[in-house]
Design a protein around this ligand. Structure first.
Ligand code: GLU
Length: 446
């Protein structure tokens, strides 16, 4: 396969949320898997709702996910290209002016529905003579422009759904240009996909009908068709659409809550499949798991608890190199041995701070039986400590005190960590060191 060129095309009118991640990651992983490239396109032709701060947030959120675009474009920079394409469609008789107001269209739709007819645009504007148009314009009306759809079945071989088709005879001619001259989604999207050489358009199945319309636009412009793929959309655990339920499911919110980006990326694409329970260590590993031809078509129900659990499991298997910088960012001066000792006990990475305190900081030990602690201290082996020190020490403590099992281990854990749960002491003890261990066994805050 020649290396694909894929894209994600968010409108910077809000924050990315978990639902967007499914599309973004399918594209990114497809590019990774096939040695391709990835374009970030800001669909910002809506000048009122598009905001630079949302564009910045999108770039940041992609970076957090580990998605690094090879190229970034903004539709607002490319209006002249769309103007030229619109002119070609006009010249070909595929783009025609319409003068109805929103109210008129609404009344017409209601009449159609009342008569049991589909609410399809009736193409009344096609019957306007040059004189009618001049008259309407003299009255101060400005045209919006519709794409003349050919009433035929448009079929394509969908990367995810297999053979797909839409009957365009039952669709309204889409408005491509508003009265104020601004572009709606279809034309800029097709022109950009064609002009930038996008080879695969992978997006949610809410775009299936759009794809049929867009294929007709590609063809009317004489442009090469990309391959299309439509995945199903994430829903809530109870099956409702996610799009309107943003808030804490925005990528910002998820990031702030401390979940692992890798878990967000993995669950967004694996949800519903048996692989969803399996943590991955990198996006490359995830790319190997995701084959678009075999993407699960089962309802993609997103469950926050599942995300939290996967996030913890993701953390538990991350190698030190993957977290070293983040630990430093948390002010944790941990080494590989520290990370390997604690990772299995973390739900969120910032809990590493607490274990850093246990290892390097000062804590109030819990001493229930001072005599037991003193005996334990007296048989603590000399340094250097290693992974076997704990075993030989506890054997010696057991021999000296007769304590076994929980009665042996719990008082030692409480003395050394001030807590009654935590990582394996065999791994922690060498990190705590002999001096601190002795002081804590003596009941000193150390
Ligand atoms: N801006 C469009 C959206 O966010 C892009 C859809 C597409 O991928 O073509 O829905």
């Amino acid at each position: 396969m020649t290396p694909p060129f894929v894209r994600t095309a968010p409108s910077p009118t809000g924050f990315l949320h978990i639902g967007n991640v499914r599309s973004i990651m399918f594209n990114w992983l497809f590019a990774c898997r096939h040695g391709g490239r990835f374009l970030l396109r800001y669909d910002d032709t809506d000048a009122v709702r598009s905001k630079p701060e949302f564009a910045e947030a999108i770039a940041e959120d992609l970076a957090w996910l580990g998605v690094v675009p090879d190229r970034v474009i903004r539709q607002s920079d490319r209006l002249a290209i769309y103007d030229a394409a619109a002119q070609r469609l006009r010249d070909a008789g595929r783009l025609y002016p319409c003068y109805e107001t929103a109210d008129e269209l609404d009344r017409r739709r209601k009449r159609q529905l009342a008569r049991g007819l589909p609410p399809v645009y009736d193409r009344a504007a096609l019957k306007l003579t040059a004189q009618d148009k001049a008259q309407l314009e003299a009255e101060g009306r400005k045209p919006h422009w519709r794409f003349l759809l050919e009433p035929r079945i448009v079929a394509w071989s969908d990367l995810i759904r297999g053979e797909a088709h839409v009957d365009c005879a039952s669709l309204s001619d889409q408005v491509l240009i508003r009265e104020d001259g601004s572009y709606l989604y279809h034309l800029p999207s097709v022109v950009d996909d064609a002009e930038t050489g996008i080879t695969h358009v992978i997006r949610g199945e809410d775009h299936v009908t759009n794809t049929a319309v867009q294929i007709q636009i590609f063809e009317a412009l004489g442009a090469k068709l990309p391959v299309f793929g439509h995945h199903n959309l994430l829903t809530t655990a109870s099956g409702e659409g996610l799009s309107k339920r943003l808030g804490h499911l925005s990528l910002r919110g998820l990031r702030e809550s401390g979940v692992e980006a890798l878990a967000v990326a993995a669950l967004a694409v694996l949800v519903g499949s048996s692989d969803a329970v399996r943590p991955v260590a990198s996006l490359d590993e995830l790319a190997d798991l995701v084959d678009l031809a075999h993407v699960s078509r089962a309802p993609a129900k997103f469950d926050e608890h599942e995300l939290e659990a996967l996030s913890a499991r993701t953390l538990h298997q991350l190698p030190y190199e993957a977290v070293a910088e983040r630990l430093a960012g948390l002010g944790v001066d941990g080494c590989e041995a520290f990370w390997l000792a604690i990772r299995g006990n973390l739900a969120k990475i910032d809990e590493a701070r607490m274990w850093d305190e246990v290892v390097r900081g000062q804590l109030a030990p819990v001493i229930v039986d001072p005599d037991f602690a003193a005996t334990a201290a007296s048989v603590l082996p000399p340094e250097p400590f290693d992974a076997t020190t704990w075993k030989s020490w506890t054997a010696a403590v057991s021999a000296a005190t007769g304590a076994k099992g929980k009665a042996l281990f719990m008082p030692l854990r409480q003395a050394l960590t001030g807590l009654d749960h935590g990582p394996e002491l065999a791994a922690l003890l060498p990190l705590i060191g002999r001096d601190k261990a002795l002081r804590r066994l003596a009941g000193e805050a150390a």
